[in-house]
Design a protein around this ligand. Structure first.
Ligand code: FAD
Ligand code: NAP
Length: 337
């Protein structure tokens, strides 16, 4: 483990924003995480833990130490009649974990195929896609509590999971470094196909009784056709969360905008933010090198040398415009520093 000075973070965030960290390290094991924290002086603070930087927007140089978690390892801890329990180190690439599970015939995370990032970051915003969230398959989250100087295991009921949120995303929780997760995967998979375009694409491919790997392949196909690849154009996935409105608010909106798509969710109604943004005229819009993706307006992109501030300015314009037209306040999903 080596702590280096004044390092560009451009290769370490998928927006490709060129800011500097005063100090920078890559930590390849839990031992290195402990060594790193015990070597810190006041000049290294604050510390920011990163995975692959696929859910972050840097708007300025980072004044303390940035540490990327790179620990590896997947181990089948135990199994019972129905489930296998897979322990995964925080630095594993999430999609490698999905691939591994699908190859072994273990079900539960196939709908989360091709989500960028590390396994350790996955519980932070309770990653979700195609009707599945990581909370549905989590057995535990292993954490190093830097202040208390101990290791703890959080059960899902301790994690306060919500839509793209968890206890780890709340203020004051940066003391918790996730060192690993344990997934509870089904030996006899139950597929979730009634979401987005999955069923339609399976029909087009003529697949009636899909295997786990057929579902993974279809999701990879849909995602690759819609979403910008961060290695080609900088982005951090959906910049905004889909808003949920109360029933009376929905009644007002649907009267004024009868074509507005919506999904009922308990007592509330979810409105796709992409539709709201498109209706405000932002789809494919570009201000300098900061832009809105032409296929998926939820995704803001860096066409080349945009600064984080320029991308944030564009996001703020979108928020103001959606608020003015629909009376809805969009919230950012991406972590802004
Ligand atoms: P980073 O961006 O490095 O970090 C994210 C946050 O987690 C930061 O606050 C960081 O401090 C914290 N953090 C990271 N690792 C740790 C750790 N070990 N311990 C403590 N804190 C930590 N998200 C979805 O939910 N669903 C999607 O379908 C989806 N699709 C995407 C598509 C694209 C093209 C892109 C670019 C992003 C997408 N995302 C999606 C967002 C992103 O991939 C996820 O949020 C992912 O979990 C981030 O992982 P990361 O390792 O890159 O985290
Ligand atoms: P999509 O399938 O075109 O669907 C558009 C929107 O409708 C999504 O926001 C989705 O909500 C919602 N939706 C579709 N079917 C639904 C159903 N049966 N019940 C409830 N809501 C439904 O969306 P997409 O942009 O291609 O993305 C596909 C999936 O990948 C989505 O789940 C999306 O969240 C996820 N994704 C996430 C990110 C990210 O960075 N967070 C980036 C890309 C894709 P939800 O978004 O709530 O699922």
């Amino acid at each position: 483990m080596q702590v280096r000075n004044n390092i560009s973070l451009k290769p370490y965030n998928t927006f490709g924003i060129d800011v500097k960290a005063k100090y920078f390290a890559e930590l390849h094991s839990d031992d290195e995480i402990v060594k790193f924290y015990s070597s810190l002086g006041p000049e290294h603070l604050p510390v920011l833990i990163l995975g692959t930087g696929s859910n972050i927007l840097f708007t300025k140089d980072y004044p303390g130490a940035v540490a990327c978690i790179r620990s590896k390892g997947m181990v089948k801890l135990m199994e019972d009649e129905k489930y296998i329990y897979l322990k995964v180190a925080a630095g594993e690439i999430w999609d490698d974990v999905v691939k591994y599970a699908v190859e072994h015939g273990w079900g539960g995370i196939e709908n989360l195929s091709l989500i960028p990032g590390t396994a350790g970051a996955a519980p932070i915003q309770n990653i979700g896609a195609y009707g599945v969230e990581i909370k549905d398959v989590l057995w535990s989250v292993e954490v190093a509590d830097i202040l208390a100087r101990n290791y703890r295991a959080f059960r899902p009921s301790d994690c306060n999971f919500g839509y793209r949120s968890s206890i780890f995303k709340t203020k004051g929780m940066s003391r918790m470094v996730i060192t690993g997760i344990c997934l509870k995967l089904r030996k006899d998979p139950v597929l979730r196909l009634d979401y987005g375009d999955i069923r339609k694409e399976l029909d087009i491919a003529g697949i009636k009784d899909p295997s786990l790997s057929a579902v993974r392949d279809i999701i990879i196909k849909i995602r690759s056709s819609k979403l910008p690849d961060p290695s080609v154009v900088g982005n951090a996935g959906s910049f905004f969360m889909n808003p949920f409105v109360a029933a009376d608010e929905y009644a007002r909106l649907i009267k004024e905008f009868p074509h507005m798509p919506s999904f009922k969710s308990g007592d509330a109604v979810k409105i796709p933010a992409a539709w709201l943004i498109e209706r405000c005229g932002f789809k494919g819009k570009r201000v300098g090198d900061a832009g809105v993706h032409e296929n998926q307006p939820l995704v803001l992109v860096n066409h080349g040398s945009a600064t984080g501030k320029q991308i944030l300015d564009l996001a703020e314009k979108i928020i103001a415009s959606v608020k003015e037209k629909f009376g809805i306040t969009l919230e950012t999903e991406v972590n802004v520093f």
